[in-house]
Design a protein around this ligand. Structure first.
Ligand code: SF4
Length: 234
């Protein structure tokens, strides 16, 4: 059963351009792999089905370190504070899709397997873009930020379980399953919560890892105490 506050995106256009794929694998066109990369891109375009599932919900404070969403408790002080002034939240999972994942697993040549992995990443980006566009067009939330379980010690990976619970049967609807260690399968999948927020928030602002290649914002060593510490009012 589908409610109008749940949205399933399964018809996401995806056709990886060979030049974009070459850039993704950091390979110069002169390297002489154009034809092979183009063949991979065509194979992928024929079977790829990136998908996303999201749900609009109203967060309720539970206590100082938790919120309740659709009757499900989530434990994170940072999430609790970030959602304090948010009157709605978009809970989501987006994925490259099982079709592409299974196709990539069949690639035994190491170079082809590497390219196939890059195609999966591009398909995931297409799913995330479609998800964010759908939220923006349908709900016009204004400026938003997002958080994902596992990005901070404050909101550990185990919290994938309640997030999936909010979304219902994620496996049946978009093929994403959780492993015993709470990792998503296909591995090119993301989950999280997007919420209205004037001031931009990135988990990276609270993360001290210096060598992370995916950092999206500088680390602010005083931010936690300033906005999320015991003295912060919520
Ligand atoms: S800096 Fe890297 S590890 Fe830390 S939250 Fe950002 S992306 Fe994740």
């Amino acid at each position: 059963m589908s409610f109008d506050w749940e949205h399933l995106l399964t018809d996401i256009p995806f056709s990886p351009a060979p030049d974009k794929l070459l850039r993704q694998v950091r390979m110069e066109p002169e390297a002489g792999f154009d034809a092979a990369v183009e063949a991979i891109a065509q194979e992928a375009a024929a079977l790829a089905r990136p998908k996303a599932l999201y749900r609009l919900a109203v967060p309720e404070p539970l206590d100082e370190t938790g919120v309740r969403i659709d009757g499900v408790a989530l434990r994170s002080r940072v999430l609790r504070v970030n959602l304090d002034k948010a009157n709605r939240v978009f809970v989501y999972v987006a994925t490259c899709g099982t079709e592409l994942d299974e196709w990539a697993q069949g690639k035994t040549d190491p170079l082809e397997a590497y390219w196939a992995d890059a195609v999966k990443q591009l398909a995931l980006q297409a799913a995330i873009q479609a998800l964010n566009q759908d939220i923006a067009t349908r709900y016009r939330p204004g400026p938003t930020s997002a958080m994902a379980p596992g990005s901070l010690a404050d909101w550990p990976l185990q919290q994938q379980r309640p997030l999936f619970q909010i979304l219902g049967d994620v496996t049946r609807r978009i093929g994403v399953t959780l492993s015993a260690s709470y990792l998503m399968i296909p591995n090119k999948s993301v989950s999280g919560m997007r919420f209205p927020r004037e001031e931009s928030f990135e988990s990276c602002m609270l993360c001290p890892r210096l060598d992370c290649p995916n950092r999206r914002a500088p680390y602010d060593p005083e931010l936690y105490e300033r906005q999320y510490g015991a003295g912060a009012h919520v």
